[in-house]
Each structure stands twice: as C-alpha cells, then as structure tokens.
Design a protein around this ligand. Structure first.
Ligand code: FAD
Length: 299
C-alpha cells in the first residue's frame, strides 16, 4: 500500500554515498557490507573521505582503489591540500589516476591546530580553488567541491562564501556537495543565492541521517550547522532506545528528503558514516530500487 506521503516517487533521482576509510579489520568489514548493500541502488558514485591533513592517505587510497577494482560503481576520492606540498598532492593524484579513479572531491581541509587557522603549506595550494586548478592540470579528473548552505565558519560573509564556491567551479569543478543541514528551507535559500550569483552547476545536498544525536550536535558546532529545536525534542529520551532512535532518524531524514524532492531536488549525497540501513531506507522511500545491473556489480 503506497504511503500518501511518498506515493508516486519514481526514484528518478541521482544518489551518491560517502564513506570514511576504516581503521580496523572489523570496520573494513562493516564498510564493505555497506558498499555491497548500497551498490544495487545504482549510485552514480561513492566517495571516501580523507582524514585531516592526509592522516588517512593510505587507507583512503586502499578503500577507493578496492571499490574501483571490485565494483562497477565509480569511486571518488576526497583529497585535501592542508599540510601538503603540491608535489605530494601530485603523487596522491597520480596514484589515483593509475588505479583507475577518475573523480576527486577536492577540499582545502582544516588546520590541525586547535585555533583552527588555516596556513597554506609553503609549497602547497592556498585554497580549494587552487587545488582544483592544480588537479585539472594533472589529469582530466571529474571534480566535486564543497558548498556551505549555512556559510562556512571562516567566511567573511555569505556572499563571499558563494564567491569562493564560484572560484572553485570556475577553476574546473563540475559540482558542489553541501555540508549537512536539517531544514529544507536552508538548502532552498542557498540554492536561490547560488543561482542569483550566476552559478548553474549542480548543487547536491549532503544528507546526514542522524542516528546519534549527541555526536551530530558536537559535529554541528564545528561545522556551524543549526540544530532545530524540534530535532532536539524529537530525539530527546531515545538514548536508551537504539531501535526506536533508528526509526525516528529514518523518519526525520526521509521527511527532509521528501521535501527537498518536492522542491525540485533530484540529486542526493548521503553521509552514510559507513552504515547502510538509514541511507538505504531513505533511498527506498525516494523510490530507488535495486537494479539488475547494479546487483550484478555488487556481487
Ligand atoms: P575552501 O572552499 O577553500 O574554503 C571554505 C570557505 O572558507 C570559503 O568558501 C570561504 O568562505 C572561506 N575562506 C577560505 N579561505 C579564505 C580566505 N583566504 N579569506 C576569506 N575567506 C576564506 N575535510 C577533510 O579533512 N576531509 C574530507 O574528506 C572532507 N570532506 C568534505 C566533504 C564535503 C562535501 C564537505 C562540505 C566538507 C568536507 N570536509 C572534509 C571539510 C572541509 O575540509 C572543511 O570544511 C574546510 O574547513 C574547508 O575546506 P573547503 O574545501 O570547503 O575550503
């Protein structure tokens, strides 16, 4: 029986999934289970994050290379330029190219020191825009970059933040993936502001399915993401009820995606945190179903 809320969603949207590189064998297994579970939904790419300052360089590379080798899903590698010289970046990028990876999510990254001030490496790139330009000179990578619907904490203003985004796209990136947010209106306002600035590239909302509210609250303080009061209310009292919390999390995220869809959004990027269930459930509600081809790829 079709739900009246999700009735008729035909799955005509593009999806992608983000993972982080596993630290242990057990985490590797969990990551791989998630990749295998989500692959049949036919994501256009899956991406793997890069630890602050390149701390996961090997692990990110190994994970991306394994996805490229063992699935038919295009794999994208996140790459940051903080604390790295241009030649170190070139080594990493060349290794990806050789491993068959054609898509980079290019980021500046965050300073490792606690005062958080980014200082470019003396022989490095000073911003994500410069990194994009450098990568494009190395190989014809497809490049995605970041965008901030609630404005990056270091931005001088919302307009200057959008100007930085424009520079990254002008330098050769073809799409932006947003920081996570919890109100669809936040995304719609940003989409309008970006369009008003003359940007016509794809702006893909980054969807964070919230299952650990305390952890997301901590992360949101760092990213400048607003946590709506209703969300705190909705998760209140669920600390000792993991299954109920999971159901509530799916409902909250699915409802946001449904509203985004109703507002014309047809691309979604899921921060999976290496767990498949929530993202799978939300995609299912958006009408995504396993495809025979993708199932074969994941087998
Ligand atoms: P930029 O686009 O270069 O800058 C971000 C903003 O800061 C600009 O828009 C601008 O407003 C402001 N700014 C920067 N420099 C200046 C300046 N000189 N003067 C004035 N304003 C300035 N981090 C990781 O470590 N690894 C990852 O894998 C990773 N993946 C991410 C994926 C996505 C989709 C997103 C949204 C973020 C990710 N991050 C990751 C976090 C990212 O590294 C941080 O947000 C970092 O602080 C900024 O990187 P950026 O590429 O957005 O930088």
């Amino acid at each position: 029986i079709a739900s009246p809320l999700f009735a008729g969603l035909p799955g005509d949207c593009e999806i992608s999934f983000e993972f982080f590189p596993p630290k242990t064998e057990k985490m590797e297994e969990q990551l791989w289970d998630s990749v295998v579970t989500l692959s049949p939904l036919g994501p256009r790419f899956v991406s793997v994050t890069y630890g602050a300052g390149g701390t996961t360089r090997e692990r990110t590379h190994n994970t991306v290379a394994r996805i490229a080798r063992e699935t038919q899903i295009p794999a994208a590698a996140h790459l940051t330029c903080v604390e790295a010289s241009k030649s170190e970046i070139a080594d990493v990028a060349n290794a990806y190219w050789e491993a068959g990876v054609r898509h980079i999510v290019a980021l500046r990254g965050d300073a490792p020191n606690s005062d958080g001030k980014f200082v470019p490496h003396p022989d490095g790139y000073a911003s994500a825009a410069e990194l994009v330009e450098g990568l494009r000179k190395l190989h014809p990578f497809e490049i995605s970059v970041s965008a901030y619907p609630e404005t990056h904490p270091e931005a001088l203003s919302a307009a200057s933040d959008i100007d930085f985004l424009k520079r990254k796209l002008d330098a050769g990136a073809s799409r932006a993936i947003t920081q996570f947010f919890f109100e669809p209106e936040t995304f719609f306002r940003f989409r309008d502001a970006v369009a008003a600035a003359g940007i016509d590239a794809e702006i893909v909302p980054g969807i964070m399915p919230v299952s650990n509210f305390a952890a997301i609250t901590r992360m949101s303080h760092l990213t400048g993401t607003a946590i709506p009061d209703w969300m705190a209310d909705v998760f209140n009292g669920l600390d000792d009820h993991p299954s109920a919390r999971q159901l509530v999390a799916a409902t909250v995220s699915a409802e946001m995606c449904r509203k985004l869809y109703a507002g014309g959004v047809r691309e979604f990027h899921f921060y999976t945190l290496n767990r498949a269930e929530l993202s799978y459930a939300i995609c299912h509600l958006l009408g995504k179903r396993p495809t025979a081809l993708a199932q074969k790829a994941a087998a």
